[in-house]
Structures are given as C-alpha cells and as structure tokens.
Design a protein around this ligand. Sequence first.
Ligand code: S3P
Length: 440
Amino acid sequence: MSNIIYIGKKIPPYKKTIEVSSDKSLSIRTILLASQAMGISKISNLLQSDDVLNTLKTIKKLGINYKKKRNFFEINGYGLDGFKKKNITINAGNSGTLARLILGLLVKNKSKIKIIGDKSLSKRDFSRVTEPLKLFGANIKTKKNSLPVEIEGSEFLRPINYFENKGSAQCKSAVMFAAMNTPGITTISAKKSRNHTELLFKHLKIPIKIKFKNNRDLIEVKGLSQFKSFCYDVPGDISSSAFFIVLTLLSEKSKIKIKRINVNDSRIGIIKILNKMNSNIILKNKRTYKGEKIADIHVQSKKNLISINCPSSLNSAAIDEFLVIFLVAAKAKGVSKFNNLGELNKKESPRLNVAIKFLKMIGIKVTKKKDNIKIFGNPDLFLKGKYCVKNFLKDHRVFMMSCIAAVTFGGEWRIHNKDSINSSFPKFLKILKNLGADIK
Ligand code: S3P
C-alpha cells in the first residue's frame, strides 16, 4: 500500500464531537510501573500505537507477562527489579520516552541489556539520561552519547542529587525510576516539565515529596522495596487533540468537542498560547482522575487571530505542539516570537529547523537567531501552488502538521510517510476523513 497521501481541497465546515487516541506519556508510564508493581495491574484505554506496543514488547522481553483482555490489559509484575530475562537487546523503535525511562528501571538489573532504536531515535542524545544514571552506580556505555546504549545494573546503588535544567520530563522520570530502586533519598531540582510520573508515584504511594521553589520543582524520592499493583484508565492525549484544535481554529464555520482529554497544567501550554492569540478554547466538564485533570475541549473556528510573544515559561508544557502552534502563527496578524526552543531540535526530527523550512515553503517569512524564531503572520494566507512534504526522519508530528496545513490553507499536496502516524496516533487520518477532509 502506498505510503503517500494527496490532499487538494480544504475541509468543508463541520460540527462534530470526537475522541482522539489515549495519552502516550501515561500509556508508557503505566505499563512500565505495572511491570514493577507486585501482582496484576489492569490498564484500560491504553494507546494502541507503535511506541506503546514497543513498551509492551519490552517488558515481555524482560520476562513480564501481559494479557490483552477485551477493554484492558493485565500486566503481571513481580515487584521492583522483577525483570527475569538476562543479556537481551531491547528495540525501542521510535520512542525516546520508552528508551530513556526503561534505563531508569534497569539500574539494579545485574545483567547486560542493550537498547537500540530506529534511525530517528539513534540520532538522539542519550547522555542526558546516562550521565545521571551512572551516578547511581550503574555501568553504562553509549555510542558517542547515542544508541546503542548498554546498561549493567548494580546491587550497590547510592542516591543522587540531580539538577535537571532542560525541562525534560524524560530525564526527570528516568531518575525518579532509578531513585525508587535505590535505598535512601534522591533529590531532584527540576525545571518545570510534565509531571505524570510524580502524580503516579503519589497515587501508587511510592514515597515522594514535592515543593515548588524559585520556579523549580524540588522532588525527593525515597527508595522502597515494593509497591502494589493498580488499575488505571488512560485519558485522551492533548498532543493528539492539538491537531484538531488547530484544524478547527483555522477552518471555516466549524466547531469541535474533544472528549475526555488530559488537561494537566504541565500539558496545556497549547491552550494557554492559542488563547493569548485570540482563540476561544474552552475546557468543559472538568474533573480529576487519580491526580490528573481531565476535561472536554471545545473549539470553534476563529478569524482575527493575533500574534504572540510567547513566554518561554510555556515551552515545556507545549513542547510537542509547537509545529501546529506555528501554523496558527502563520495565519495570525502580526509577528509572533518564540524563544529558547533549542529542545525542539532534539525531538524525533529537528523540528525547529523542519518547521522553518516548511513555513518558508508555504510563503511565510520566518527569521531565526540562535534558538529564537519570529514568524511573520499572514491573515490572508491562501495557497494555490503544489507542495510536497518528504519527511526524512518519518516524524509523526511533521506528517500530521502537514495534513492540517493542507486541509486549511489550500493548495495541492503530496505528503509522504503516512505510516509515521503509527508511533502516536494511528487513527489520525480516519478522524480527519470523518470530519470531511478529502484525502487520497
Ligand atoms: C515526554 C516528554 C517530552 C516529550 C515527549 C514525551 C514524556 O520529551 O517531547 O514526546 O512522556 O516524558 P522531553 O522529556 O525530552 O522534553
């Protein structure tokens, strides 16, 4: 089957309620934690995407059994450091979250485990997690700070003091996973980033204390000997919702309701940013589930979008959504400024550079100085030409962002690497077609 799609028409007006895929960060974290819990955990609404399936395959390879039931997965943990298989290779595919977090769980495992990944993951930096994990006492080798990484855990672990300065939830979480395996108290001073691991630790009664001081999270994790299995119902993913939020804002006379989305404060940067740009995105039916905030997201088409001078304090909470936020900036009145976005070039592809190339291709003026960009918006943006997107590292979010640009800005588009959506949001094209998009 062809891996290319063609779009030659804008999406007609729609009014619909949709459900997007489940949260990827929570799906991966709940599987990994269930693999360390004592007994059978039940996780419903797990995201069924390659990154999550690779997480299930990983725990299975390490000797943890799971069963797929009708609406949920059962994962049978043997407690902390309960991995049984030795000297194996784990293929994390495209998933940075899986590759980095599993390393945190392997600090105590006394066999050699090798982690490999696909071409995109193999280009990414792993020293950001291997350096702090070595301090616990694990023996770790990397190939020039990248994959393959080989880890051999130790029974003589010591707690560390870790200063996290990238706003990376993956680094923070890998250290927290190592800390729960290490006797004593590990302290982490972290720049704000998504806090799902902290909320899960609290819910699972893994000893954790958190204070917020001088704009940083001060986290203390105390090592423990075991924790109990659990049940979890994974909510919808704001990062997947982002494509439909922006689609609706940029389409004509359309409205959408997106059901049961995780709207944790550390994830709703996109909503704060777009509302500063004169959107009117509303959260309805707000409730809390096991520490996470959940709500339905209501959005409608919006003319008169305005530019933003985006506060860098929102960067981490919107880090996976900037590609589509830039599309809104392209259509907004005025010059939008986004600063300190170096981390965006460390993702599945160098997304800051890719976005600049993309915006220039559709005729938007963009300037870049260091990690800061200015996007000169054009409220009359209407494309007529032919456009082709070949996604060299098969970045799922680049593919989906290109589709949203194609169905809202016009023009004739050929977009490659359709299969990339399997990483995070396999039903993306189905939902887009159900809303009325003409995709071939
Ligand atoms: C994630 C954290 C973010 C994000 C990624 C998922 C997580 O990465 O970009 O898609 O689940 O912890 P960083 O921690 O590298 O910022």
